[in-house]
Design a protein around this ligand. Structure first.
Ligand code: AHR
Length: 623
């Protein structure tokens, strides 16, 4: 590999090159990055699905029918969520009630992770009808069946007459023990009728107190994403339009949000992780938000008529105003009331997801947005990689999910012939799927690494790229595999595809260096960049080499034109490989396929290196 390292050679890779894509899929947010522990904190309208009243799923009843009767009614104080949980306690006192009382329990998302010494904020709304004071016990326990029940936290309140109206109960619970599979129980031993609604339990140690689960936030932050695309994906569209992401229903006080059933990935979300929180997440990650808005089309094929498009256009304009408008504007003031008076650094919108739709409709969005916000960059859903788009756009979306890794490997050159005159490319979803990928194999990741090297090479036109999907809660019913980050209530690990992304995290804003690869092997792909390390602020040259074959490859790397020599000290080699190309990571072996870094003993301007079979190697040379 001959690399031209002379000053002023090469060209900058856009600052926005590598980003992340957050979609509410696989419980990525609800039961994932969003740290709320209570599953279905207040929507008793239909529990699991979009059906009719009135399941309390996944809440469960504690106590048999002779002791307690649990149902729902429409007496909630929350206008957009009228159905409350009603429990009629039939037993009274220690003689007829079990010692721990009767009531309801919530299992969280496959168990709540409660850790010793940590604090949790409880909020719940309660109404009580009783002839006297009622004891109310809130506890976190290890077992839902109340066998060997250990209360690892408890909190008690005595209700009085004030509770005849809906009352907000708040408390901080500090855990005495650790249990990764806890349940929240709300119980009493007093005869009464109690109503519950909007019960929340949030760990206090979320990122900056913004509600993001620490370990999962860190895993995304470690990718150094320069943008965050959200909230989907198909989640934006809905299978039916009525179940798409309607951002106005996801802002303001969490208790007031109606929540919605995501009918594509088939689970309910309370929308606590709403539009505002996603903008906040982007800001906390130091990433530019990219909002994919609903453009009036659904996964199931619904498409609003031209005459019905105006509300969708207005919704998009209002959403932009919410994100970046002045605090005195209509929607900017709502953002300000959520304690973010400063506008977000909001620059991009995508007109739908995978909805390349008739141009007369696209124009309506395009014109309205450009008229009100000429600086906003608009992403079209139409593929311009082969033939130029016939409508204006700043970028076009490109999604790619090959079924086998060789196919992805060969997509290394997919943008070589794309017109340089039109909009830039946003590869906003890519991954190998199916048999070669399973839950995330090394082989799939290597093919993706080759693809990313091809994108770097074409980064004059490819300005953005992100993998999809980002997260999976392994306890859930899988909507989509593979994913970049897998987790349960308390553990997480990256798939090989995740680690490949980390190898490209220095590419954003780096200098792409011209290089020529001379090899007889058709399994090798390589690139070279120059970058300033965020760790020691020194300039490094990074050569990445993918070996997609089963043989060791010897490669001479020659760097010409450097004003100084490569320094052996601090030059390193990082290799992602494993003994079997189909290896995956798992909870029991989270570090089976992870990058391994070592000193590069023979680092020089002209060196011969061996590249392991089925590997990607990053040579970081201090210059
Ligand atoms: O990433 C999973 C899904 O794949 C996205 O929701 C959709 O945009 C694509 O079809």
């Amino acid at each position: 590999l001959m690399v031209d390292g002379s000053p002023n050679s090469g060209r900058p890779i856009p600052n926005t090159f590598l980003g992340a894509f957050f979609e509410e899929i696989n419980h990525a947010g609800a039961g994932g990055l969003w740290a709320e522990l209570v599953s279905n904190r207040g929507r008793f309208e239909g529990g699991r699905g979009s059906g009719s009243p009135s399941s309390i799923y996944p809440w469960r009843v504690i106590g048999n029918e002779s002791l307690i009767s649990v149902s729902t009614d429409q007496t909630s104080c929350f206008e957009r969520n009228k159905i409350a949980l009603r429990m009629e306690v039939l037993c009274n006192g220690p003689k007829s009630c079990p010692p721990a009382g009767v009531g309801v329990s919530n299992p969280g998302y496959w168990g709540m992770n409660i850790e010793k010494g940590k604090k949790y904020k409880l909020v719940m709304y309660v109404k009580v009808k009783a002839s006297g004071p009622v004891d109310l016990q809130v506890s976190l326990t290890g077992s839902v069946h109340r066998v060997n029940m250990v209360s690892i936290i408890s909190f008690s309140a005595m209700t009085d007459n004030n509770f005849s109206k809906w009352t907000k109960v708040e408390g901080i619970l500090e855990s005495k023990a650790t249990n990764h599979n806890s349940n929240l129980q709300i119980t009493t031993t007093t005869r009464a009728i109690l109503w519950l609604d909007q019960v929340s339990l949030m760990p206090l140690d979320t990122y900056k107190g913004h509600g993001f689960r620490m370990d999962l936030f860190k895993m995304v932050a470690d990718l150094k994403p320069k943008f965050l695309r959200f909230p989907g994906g198909c989640f934006v569209e809905g299978y039916y339009l009525k179940n798409g992401f309607q951002w106005k229903n996801t802002i303001g006080a969490w208790e007031q949000r109606p929540g919605h059933y995501g009918d594509v990935w088939k689970y309910w979300t309370d929308d606590g992780f709403g539009f505002f929180e996603m903008l906040q997440l982007a800001e906390d990650l130091g990433a530019l938000p990219i909002w994919v808005f609903n453009n009036g089309m659904s996964v199931g094929g619904e498409e609003v008529n031209m005459s019905a498009l105006s509300p969708f256009i207005q919704d998009a304009l209002d959403g932009i105003e919410f994100a970046k408008g002045s605090p005195s504007s209509k929607w900017g003031s709502v953002r300000a009331s959520m304690r973010h008076p400063e506008p977000f650094d909001f620059r991009f919108v995508a007109v739908g997801n995978e909805n390349c739709f008739p141009h007369h409709k696209y124009f309506k969005f395009y014109d309205a947005i450009k008229r009100a916000y000429p600086e906003i960059r608009i992403i079209s859903n139409c593929d311009g990689s082969k033939t130029p788009l016939n409508h204006p756009a700043d970028l076009f979306d490109f999604h790619i999910y090959p079924n086998n890794s060789m196919d992805m490997f060969s997509k290394y050159s997919v943008f070589d012939k794309t017109s340089r005159l039109g909009p830039k490319v946003f590869v906003s979803e890519y991954a190998v799927v199916k048999d070669d990928a399973r839950n995330g194999t090394l082989l799939a990741a290597l093919a993706e690494a080759a693809f990313l090297i091809g994108l770097e090479r074409n980064s004059d036109i490819v300005h953005m790229v992100c993998y999809a999907p980002l997260f999976i809660n392994k306890n859930g019913r899988y909507s989509w595999i593979p994913d970049a980050i897998a987790f349960n209530s308390h553990e997480s690990y990256g798939t090989p595809s995740y680690w490949v992304q980390q190898l490209f995290s220095e590419s954003s804003g780096a200098i792409y260096l011209n290089s020529t690869l001379q090899t007889s092997s058709n399994s090798i792909v390589a690139s070279a960049i120059g970058y300033r390390s965020s760790q020691d602020s020194k300039i490094y040259l990074r050569v990445k080499v993918v070996n997609f074959g089963s043989e060791i490859e010897k490669l001479r790397i020659t760097i010409n034109g450097l004003s100084s020599n490569v320094q052996q000290s601090r030059s390193t080699k990082t290799v992602l490989t494993s003994s079997n190309k189909m290896d995956e990571n798992s909870f029991s072996q989270p570090n089976k396929v992870v990058p391994r870094k070592s000193a590069l003993e023979n680092a020089s301007n002209n060196m011969v290196v061996s590249i392991s079979p089925y590997s990607v190697t990053s040579f970081d040379l201090l210059v």
